[in-house]
Design a protein around this ligand. Sequence first.
Ligand code: SF4
Length: 453
Amino acid sequence: MPISGSEIVKMLPGKKPCKDCGFPTCFAFAMKLATGGATVDKCIYLTPEVKAKLEDLLAPAIKLVTIGAGDNKVQVGNEEVIYRHEKTYVHPPGIAILISDKESEAKVNEKIKKVNELNFSWVGLTLKADLIALQFESGDKNKFLALVKKVNDSSNLGIILISEDLNVLFAARDLCADKKPLLYPITKENIDQAIPKIKEKPTPVGVRGASIEELIPLTAKLKEAGVDEAVLDPGSKNLMEAVRDQTFIRRAALKQGFRPLGYPTIAFPCFIAKDGLKEVLAASVFINKFTAVIVLSDFDQYSLLPLLVQRLNIYTDPRFPMAVEEKYYEIGTPDENAPVLITSNWALTYFIVSSAIEATKVSSFLCVKDAEGLGVLTGWAAGKFSGDSVGAMVKKSGIENKVKNKKIVIPGRVARIKGELEDALPGWEIIIGPREAAGIGAFLPEYAKSLRK
Ligand code: SF4
């Protein structure tokens, strides 16, 4: 549970105030600390004990954990709410494909290629899986290490190493330590042996217990040893147990501020579910129910895309509609006789309209008016897509220097702004376009021809 500024101020030295922290009073500093706007080290008069206590109290309720490195790193945790509508979820779960060292070389190659290359363009974003989980099953250490090396050399994605044999686990870690792989599982049986090895080359670890209760002393021990990047596997045996456990862990961390469970979680639909469809359904439940890393035995475009879209929908900040930048966009290679159309900046509207234009193969200019992420009609109703404001945007955009024909196509749904827009854009002819983007295919080619006559 977050600590308040008035609780923090009781722990500060209360000097004169000296203002050495850059704030006029201790109270002002405390308020900034409580909201994350300052760091504890700005007050140099804190005793080491108070500083450590404050840092602990101010740490996120769910630890931020980074798997992988560079552009492909996956960050999970740091969530602040149980339900998305309370504020927003922050870090989408990493989705991993499992590769066992018992699988044939052809299958391994196919999976590596798939996870590297399978991606989907979706409202301006690229959706794809994030991680590769490598499982030691063959009993042949060299075979597993060869697999780790192969994946490390052929993919930039983050890696999860899975081995019950600690020697194999750490030998594999040494091959790809620079990629910060997640090491799994750390258990009550191996934790004492594992801690010194983890500290040699710090990487995140996956802690597995037979139950939630079993996880608690394990995370406490890791924290005491200075290992604080961990994800939790409560050992759920079926989907019902998994939902219960994931929910319990999230609530304990956020509602009770229970630090030993204040870590993101990992789940293995690949081990829980008995067939492909049930595995995808289980993964879908885990996306909903707080899980931070989800490991699938395999996927194809038909199973992966729905999961990625579900993840995107849940992890999009509900406080801000997805929007694109206000400006004119060139679709194809428009010249001075190309059509000019206008729409609003809700990402979905933009991508539907631009795709419809693209499909006609008519190079065009598409002006996008900032309607605060609203669709055209809603934007008009909210006063964000009025004739005046659309006219001002068109003038500001510089589009009139790009075309000879001063004609602009407005969405048919807001035909009523025509008069106002004519007043705001003297010299321009306002054309009423189709009511729906679906009508662009029939409208645009003929309209473009008329501009060139
Ligand atoms: S530096 Fe410390 S003691 Fe001085 S005003 Fe800031 S919080 Fe108070």
